[in-house]
Design a protein around this ligand. Structure first.
Ligand code: SF4
Ligand code: SF4
Ligand code: SF4
Length: 443
């Protein structure tokens, strides 16, 4: 399938160039986000009746993992409210043209942090506390507020969106999986960029701000670090930026060689499997260990979680590819071949989330009418009874997602193995075993 340039359609182009439609969505999102913080802090402690738990961990999560990431990549980041207050403060403006004088420290993020290891750590921190986080409104409220304030603080110290680029626990996995999405922002003609004076897409101009994600749009080859903020569409004086529809997983044809990105793939794959076992499995002892933070059982759970993600999964993968000898160092083969885990991990999360979301979706109606659990009945649905949705379709849909993920990963493994000139068979076998395990955990 050839690429289709969506920005050729005048309506889409105008909507993306103008700041107002995006600002309108941002404001609605920011209000919703602040309300989620307040609901978490002052609403009912019963998670299933609190807006913060129900709308963040069920409604938002369902939209993010089942729709936004697979089909729009970093589409969520295009409307996410978290970086906004910090960005407005950093710029000293909401919509006005850029004033080049820095208002805050405006430091460059130190080189040692310019990778996604901090995002890997922040995601793992949330993952290790997830049983409590997903069920306790005031903890969700504190985490949401912490993210907002961390983004504000980093905006006053570092240039551009340092929080999004290097720390956000959500942004890390959205970036990883956005490579599979059938949408991209890219330049139209490389030659135009070569001769472009001042590179306003990166440095900013009177028309708009330099790339907030510290990316040079002229060099974009994958979606991972482009936050789809659309600023470069506004600043490029040569109309050289396009938003394209493209085949799924086009970015994966050129595998990454970075270890931080490779480990992100293992972290996400392993977390989906562990969550499936703990949140959906029949093992009460595991649930208790994950929930009782600070106890000996919880520390054992943490040790096991980290051992699975950093030792067992990458260790078995390494053993598998050890025999795929060629002149490339093992580290490079490891990083490149782990690209095959990206579609598999995404489909593991889709399959897991289907279960989690369909089981709990009916709480959305209750929380909509009574978001703080104070006895309101705004839309007459406060007393809707809980019942799992579409139960007969769940197992077939999950099987389809997992088998589809396996086929997708096998094809990606073939391409990645072709790039590093080794056999894809060990990676395909690894993906097959992981899929069987996930099927057993879910069904
Ligand atoms: S990286 Fe995180 S904070 Fe930044 S826009 Fe994306 S989800 Fe929001
Ligand atoms: S402003 Fe436009 S033409 Fe110039 S470097 Fe950026 S994308 Fe290329
Ligand atoms: S300015 Fe362009 S390249 Fe940079 S994040 Fe925004 S949309 Fe992506």
């Amino acid at each position: 399938m050839a690429k289709i340039e969506l920005t050729r359609i005048p309506f889409i182009k105008n909507a993306l160039k103008s700041r107002y439609p995006q600002l309108a969505v941002f404001i609605v999102m920011l209000i919703g986000y602040i309300f989620a913080i307040l609901a978490g802090l002052i609403g009912t402690p019963v998670g299933s009746h609190n807006f913060s738990i129900v709308f963040v961990w069920i409604a938002w999560w369902a939209i993010l993992i089942l729709v936004a990431v697979p089909f729009f990549g970093r589409g969520w980041c295009a409307v996410c409210p978290i970086p906004l207050p910090g960005e407005w403060l950093q710029r000293g403006a909401v919509l006005s043209p850029p004033d080049k004088r820095p208002k805050w420290l405006n430091l460059r993020v130190p080189k040692m942090f310019r990778n996604i290891w901090l995002q890997n750590i922040s995601f793992l921190l949330l993952a290790l506390f997830s049983s409590v986080l997903l069920t306790t409104p005031n903890i969700t409220g504190v985490v949401l507020a912490t993210m907002l304030f961390a983004a504000i603080r980093l905006s006053t110290v570092f240039e551009r969106r340092a929080f999004c680029r290097y720390l956000c626990p959500v942004g890390g996995f959205i970036g990883l999986y956005s490579q599979t999405a059938p949408i991209e922002l890219r330049i139209k003609d490389k030659q135009v960029c070569v001769t472009c004076e001042g590179k306003p897409c990166y440095n900013g101009s009177q028309a708009g701000y330099g790339c907030p994600w510290d990316v040079f749009p002229g060099g974009l080859t994958k979606n991972t670090y482009c936050g789809l903020c659309m600023e470069c569409i506004r600043t490029c004086p040569h109309d050289n930026i396009a938003v394209n529809l493209r085949p799924f997983s086009a970015d994966l044809a050129k595998p990454s060689t970075r270890m931080d990105e490779a480990f992100k793939a293992f972290i996400m794959l392993g977390s989906a499997m562990i969550y499936a076992g703990i949140l959906l499995g029949p093992w009460g002892i595991l649930k208790d260990a994950a929930y009782n933070v600070g106890t000996d059982a919880w520390f054992t759970y943490v040790a096991a979680f980290l051992a699975i993600i950093f030792v067992a999964l990458p260790g078995l993968f390494t053993v598998g590819i050890l025999h795929t000898k060629n002149t490339l160092p093992l580290k490079q083969r490891f990083a490149s071949l782990s690209t095959a885990l990206i579609p598999l991990g995404l489909m593991f999360w889709v399959a897991f989330s289907l279960s989690f979301v369909l089981t709990n979706a009916s709480y959305i109606l209750t929380a909509l009418s009574d978001p703080l659990g104070l006895g309101w009945n705004l839309f007459g649905t406060a007393n809707a009874t809980w019942q799992p949705m579409l139960t007969s379709m769940l197992a077939p849909a999950q099987t389809l997602a997992l088998v589809g993920g396996l086929i997708w990963s096998a094809r990606t493994a073939q391409k990645a193995a072709g790039e590093v000139k080794v056999s894809p068979i060990p990676v395909i076998v690894y993906c097959f075993i992981a899929t069987c395990l996930m099927l057993w955990l879910l069904l």
